[in-house]
Design a protein around this ligand. Sequence first.
Ligand SMILES: C[C@@](CO)(OP(=O)(O)O)[C@H](O)COP(=O)(O)OP(=O)(O)OC[C@H]1O[C@@H](n2ccc(N)nc2=O)[C@H](O)[C@@H]1O
Ligand SMILES: Nc1ncnc2c1ncn2[C@@H]1O[C@H](COP(=O)(O)OP(=O)(O)O)[C@@H](O)[C@H]1O
Length: 299
Amino acid sequence: MTATQSESAHAKINLYLHVTGRRADGYHLLDSVAVFAGAADVLEVEVAQARGAALDLRIDGMFGAGLRGDDATNLVIRAADALRARAGAGADALPSLAAVLHKDLPVASGIGGGSADAAAALRSVMKSWDMTVPRAELVEIATSLGADVPVCLDQVPTRMSGIGEILRPAPVLPQCGMMLVNCGMSVSTPAVFRARQGGFRPAPDLPARWETLSQMVETLSELSNDLEDAACAVCPTIREVLSVMRAAPGCRFARMSGSGATCFALFDSPQAAELAQDAVARPGWWVWAGDLYRDGRAA
Ligand SMILES: C[C@@](CO)(OP(=O)(O)O)[C@H](O)COP(=O)(O)OP(=O)(O)OC[C@H]1O[C@@H](n2ccc(N)nc2=O)[C@H](O)[C@@H]1O
Ligand SMILES: Nc1ncnc2c1ncn2[C@@H]1O[C@H](COP(=O)(O)OP(=O)(O)O)[C@@H](O)[C@H]1O
């Protein structure tokens, strides 16, 4: 074995999510600001001695039991397969890889854990194979793995549009703290898009920066997550989560992320979010509190 590539795969939070249209293939056009929380999975990839074999994946962590390492549909394996396919005739010369995924983010929960894992796999496998992929092609490969994978490549605050493949800088964020709560129920993204009723909403004008949390909350209050009603129809506990979060001491704002069921709340500081954790704790609920992930990492 040679050097281990360790990549953190951070939770993606949609501060708002407008459905702006629909493509002919059924995919929805979205407008959203995605930010990343400190909460993360960790993917470790090592080069093995053998050549030509597939990526061998082991999974552990708090939410590892729900996923199988030998499942070829796992997004980590699909990411490695996509890069191997790109190597064409040179694929047989690539060394085999051994990977461990520490799965600490809830699965199918609106915070893009699987997408973040796929992006982490693209980053670490490219490094392990000493492979350079032009940015536009990398975004194309990422999009083929899932609409949320491109935004997870860099893990920086991003304005997303298209189906998730058009990426622009988000407004500069203020200091704040974040809490994430998941009620323990997986929610299927396609099922929520199918259950959605109502028309389309325009993409809003946003400022270049939010100087304070109050300014950001004022803007977000004018916007919405257009998947929230549909997700609540699929998983009614989301409404209870939101009302518990809104009642927590110091909570400035709460909303569902992505297609749910995870909800986020904003606080004045990471410490304020951590202090409110006990007030929202319920049996079977996953609660995380801390800072946004502000470092980002270029793919
Ligand atoms: C809703 C969002 C918002 O960021 O977040 P999550 O709830 O997944 O975190 C994403 O668009 C989810 O992206 P992702 O989870 O990668 O979706 P994909 O695997 O590409 O698509 C799953 C299914 O969701 C629907 N889908 C997804 C994205 C999109 N823009 N329009 C859609 O209609 C399609 O039915 C598709 O078959
Ligand atoms: N490494 C992975 N982590 C999580 N989910 C994965 C992974 N690989 C494949 N999946 C599948 O992808 C789907 C979406 O997972 P996830 O990204 O966690 O959802 P969401 O984007 O809603 O948070 C799940 O149904 C899950 O079975």
